[in-house]
Design a binder for this molecule. Structure first.
Ligand code: PRT
Ligand code: ZN
Length: 283
């Protein structure tokens, strides 16, 4: 079977989580910092390590069949590729930010202003959609220092915690695009059986990341109330305890759901609650 190629970031914010995701899918490969390509020895896949900016075009042109990259990079490169799966990491928002204290009231106040960015394509689209006539100053890095240097009135840059904006005397003004890492593929690759298999594995890892295995003890008389709260994959497992009148409930629940329900579970007398990570969920 001919191996497919997947392109991931060589180093930077998405590298570690991309490698971890592939390893959690059961793929076995060496991850030398110096290598540009490595073979997976138990799955028909080769991994290319690239600058993130190059990944969309490599996939569009078929040099790689698949890629993992931020949605912002795909949009900026305007490539024709297939979105196969959002991956839930590398989350960030491309925002327009202005110097603190400017207090612009509406987007229209950007008319006639200059905005520095490394994402001119996305920004221009946003300005056109909102009928704003501002000039774009394209710079390749350290966008946040540009208003302080008098190079622009505002910036459009990626924000995650907001710390960089704050430490440069800027504040968010408008959201332009929210982004996360996604799996992309060249046109029509989705039908390939290797891609189908890889997608299934990725989805089972993603499902497992969002969910926890929960075990708790409860008096049998309170069981119906507890079962109402805990759906499980099919339905919860209930096992009698050695102590008469008590049972253990085993179930799978989304982490967010769990935190929302924990106090109600306790109010129904749930005790000894143990929460465990899950590696994979195959449905
Ligand atoms: O070397 P290579 O070209 O491959 O990498 P790169 O330096 O171009 O990209 P990298 O590794 O910085 O980011 C890769 C991807 O991670 C981006 O394309 C986004 O999809 C995503 N991502 C998530 C981020 C951030 N969070 C992020 N915070 N990309 C950049 N930043 C930068 C931002 O540009 C700004 O300088 O972090 C700063 C802001 O962070 P906060 O936390 O202070 O708000
Ligand atoms: Zn880059």
């Amino acid at each position: 079977m001919k191996a497919l190629k997947i392109a991931i970031q060589k180093s930077g914010r998405l590298n570690e989580k991309s490698v971890a995701l592939l390893k959690n899918c059961g793929l076995n490969f060496e991850n030398y910092k110096s290598s540009l390509i490595t073979s997976v020895n138990n799955f028909p896949l080769e991994i290319l390590f690239l600058r993130d900016d190059d990944i969309p075009e490599y996939v569009q042109d078929g040099i790689a069949d698949l890629g993992i990259v931020g949605e912002n990079v795909i949009q900026e490169k305007e490539v024709d590729v297939e979105y196969l799966q959002k991956l839930g990491f590398g989350k960030c928002t491309l925002k327009i930010a202005i110097p603190k204290g400017k207090n612009y009231q509406s987007l229209q106040e950007l008319n006639g202003k200059s905005i520095a960015t490394s994402n001119p394509v996305i920004l221009q689209k946003f300005l056109t959609e909102n009928k704003i006539d501002a000039s774009i100053r394209t710079i390749s890095g350290s966008v946040e220092i540009s208003p302080g240097l008098g190079l622009s009135d505002a910036i459009c840059d990626i924000v995650s915690t907001g710390g960089t904006l704050k430490s440069n005397g800027l504040e968010p003004f408008a959201d332009v695009l929210s982004s996360q890492a996604v799996l992309i593929g060249k046109k029509d690759i989705k039908q390939d059986s290797i891609v189908e298999e890889l997608l299934q594995r990725i989805q089972s890892v993603l499902r497992a990341n969002e969910t926890k295995y929960v075990v708790l003890n409860v008096e049998r008389k309170n069981l119906p109330s507890i079962l109402n709260l805990l759906p499980g994959v099919k339905s919860p497992t209930v096992i009698p305890l050695a102590e008469e009148g008590w049972v253990a409930v085993h179930t799978v629940i989304s982490e967010q759901d769990f935190w929302e329900k924990i106090n109600t579970l306790k109010s129904f007398g749930a005790q000894g609650i143990v929460v465990m990570p899950i590696e994979k969920i195959i449905v």
